[in-house]
Design a protein around this ligand. Structure first.
Ligand code: NAD
Length: 245
């Protein structure tokens, strides 16, 4: 029971990788998992299935709403043990064709959304003297990808923020750890729209010869968020079947 008694927050927790993380934390004995997402219906389904999951409609770009959410969590639980910054979107195009709107929205959700959530919750962890933050990056943030200028910039930025916060949040003796997971290609609604020939190409370049399952990412996130990883901070764990070797 790696999450026994812990208060956890997962953004983008209604489907795909986030949902797998919420389910993993719930099964690993979390006291409560706040699943934050825009998708109210899917959150309700999760609440029905797990008594320790609370759905919360939250847009990670809305700072006022995040502050209200933080106040609610602090009122209900008094502290937060785990924050997973998972919510993310894609708006792919070659740079010649990428609109300013598509640049802005991806930066706003994937990069500033991570900043927003962390800025509100990390100080509470610092006050408590402990906590774990896991940011979801991507292999694309390490080695780039055609058609993903905006997305790659955010995922590279998430790695830079992870390392910066690992240093900032460990000051004054606080055991607040910050790590990132960099998934390869994983079967979720996000990758359902990727053309089959691109998937085939990526799989052919992956030593383990397949796409990953959401549980592969959830297991890695759970490890990094748990006390088993208590001496690990500032790291980027690739969960990609060897894709970037
Ligand atoms: P997904 O599209 O299946 O799910 C994303 C979830 O985030 C959705 O439930 C959506 O409603 C929610 N969301 C979107 N914008 C939001 C916002 N502003 N506020 C709150 N919630 C919001 O995607 P996924 O494949 O599960 O990806 C999850 C994370 O993993 C993303 O950060 C993505 O970039 C990253 N990632 C995914 C893959 C992959 O292959 N699937 C690979 C590398 C990285």
């Amino acid at each position: 029971m790696r999450m026994e008694g812990k208060v956890c927050i997962v953004t983008g927790g209604a489907r795909g990788l986030g949902k797998a993380m919420v389910e993993k934390f719930a099964k690993e004995g979390a006291k409560v998992v706040y699943a934050c997402d825009l998708n109210e219906e899917a959150l309700k389904d999760l609440e029905k299935e797990y008594s320790n999951v609370k759905g919360y409609v939250l847009n990670v770009t809305d700072r006022k709403a995040i502050e209200e959410f933080k106040n609610k969590v602090m009122e209900e639980e008094g502290h937060v043990d785990v924050l997973v910054n998972n919510a993310g979107i894609t708006r792919d195009a070659l740079i010649q064709k990428m609109s300013e709107e598509d640049w802005d929205i991806v930066i706003d959700v994937n990069l500033k959304g991570v900043f927003n959530m962390t800025q509100f919750f990390a100080p509470e962890m610092m006050k408590a003297g402990k906590g774990a933050i896991v940011n979801i990056s991507s292999v694309v943030g390490i080695y780039g990808n055609v058609g993903q200028t905006n997305y790659a910039a955010t995922k590279g930025g998430v790695i830079a923020m992870t390392k910066t916060w690992a240093k900032e949040f460990a000051r004054k003796g606080a055991q607040v750890r910050v790590n990132a997971v960099a998934p390869g290609f994983i079967k979720t609604p996000m990758t359902e729209v990727v053309p089959q020939k691109v998937i085939d190409y990526v799989v052919s370049k992956t030593p383990l010869g397949k796409m990953g399952d959401p549980e592969d990412i959830a297991n890695a996130v759970c490890f990094l968020a748990s006390d088993e990883a208590k001496f690990i901070t500032g790291q980027v764990l690739g969960v990609d079947g060897g894709l970037i070797l």
